[in-house]
Write a protein that binds this ligand. Structure first.
Ligand code: PAF
Length: 274
């Protein structure tokens, strides 16, 4: 595996490799969710590039940029074991210039749900994803469905800017108790983790209500809220279509049920796609 710490090193490493490129962008602190993306990229491409870059522009003032888990040594080992060809770990200075050209998330889709509670988060996320897709010349790029709104916005950017890359949507990977894998789970104490399980329980409750033909989203959300009574703050419980428009009634193909909550200071999101 080649570790490229600068853009020149990335270009140099790419020069000697021929074939389709599967790209997995990450912010590091790799877990089984990332590993499943890397495996899929490996299965579907000749070359796999993983990036680790904790992107400052997608964190808001007061968010966890400085404390975000950084586990470079462990991450390098995971990438080696996963037979990654190039691990790209650029510095902040190499990725950003003075007087940057800005990419803005769309005014509706980028400012509801996570975009409403984290305004400008998606601007920074799209900006770095655009840079990384261009630098890696990815044939396919792999993103998890856990960040459902992120995924939708990246697909929109690829479509609106005519980028020549296929965005591959990958299933959410969960711990055996149902908690969705996230680098931020490392902030949780064992007791917090038990409270965090209610997130998946609330999503499961929604699914079982839908199976029993309860399609009224207001009623489903009310019941989900009861299951989430032990979290510290519910930021949103939402039921939307694939365009992230709120639904009054569940559409049996094309609905996403999303939850964002706080356990202590840790913000956790999860969702289920129908
Ligand atoms: O999902 C993430 O880890 C980040 O938002 C991404 C896509 C790597 C961009 O920084």
């Amino acid at each position: 595996m080649i570790i490229a710490k600068s853009i020149n090193e990335l270009y140099e490493a790419k020069k000697n490799l021929i074939g389709s490129i599967g790209f997995v962008p990450t912010m590091g602190a790799l877990h089984n969710g990332h590993i499943s993306l890397i495996r899929r990229a490996k299965d579907e491409n000749k070359i796999v590039i993983v990036s680790i870059f904790v992107n400052p522009t997608q964190f808001l003032e007061g968010e966890d940029f400085s404390t975000y888990p950084r586990k470079d040594l462990a991450d390098i080992e995971i990438c080696k074991m996963s037979k990654v060809d190039i691990l790209f770990m650029p510095s902040i200075n190499s990725m950003y210039k003075k007087d940057e050209l800005i990419i803005m998330a769309p005014s509706i889709g980028g400012y509801v749900l996570d975009g409403a509670s984290r305004p400008k988060h998606f601007d920074g996320m799209l900006q770095i994803v655009m840079k990384l897709l261009n630098l890696t010349s990815a044939t396919k790029a792999y993103f998890g469905k856990k960040d459902a709104q992120q995924l939708a916005l990246i697909k929109q950017m690829v479509n609106h800017y005519f980028l020549d890359v296929e965005i591959v949507e990958c299933e959410i990977i969960r711990e055996c108790n149902g908690l969705a894998m996230s680098s931020r789970n490392s902030y949780l104490s064992p007791k917090d983790k038990i409270r965090a399980l209610t997130i998946f329980q609330s999503l499961n409750l929604a699914i079982s209500m839908i199976f029993k033909k309860e399609l009224n989203t207001k009623i489903i959300k009310q019941e989900m809220k009861k299951v989430l009574s032990k979290v510290d703050k519910i930021e949103y419980i939402e039921i939307v279509n694939r365009d992230f428009h709120s639904l009054e009634s569940v559409e049996l193909q094309g609905t996403i049920i999303l939850v964002a909550v706080y356990i202590g200071d840790t913000r956790l999101i999860d969702n289920i796609w129908i």
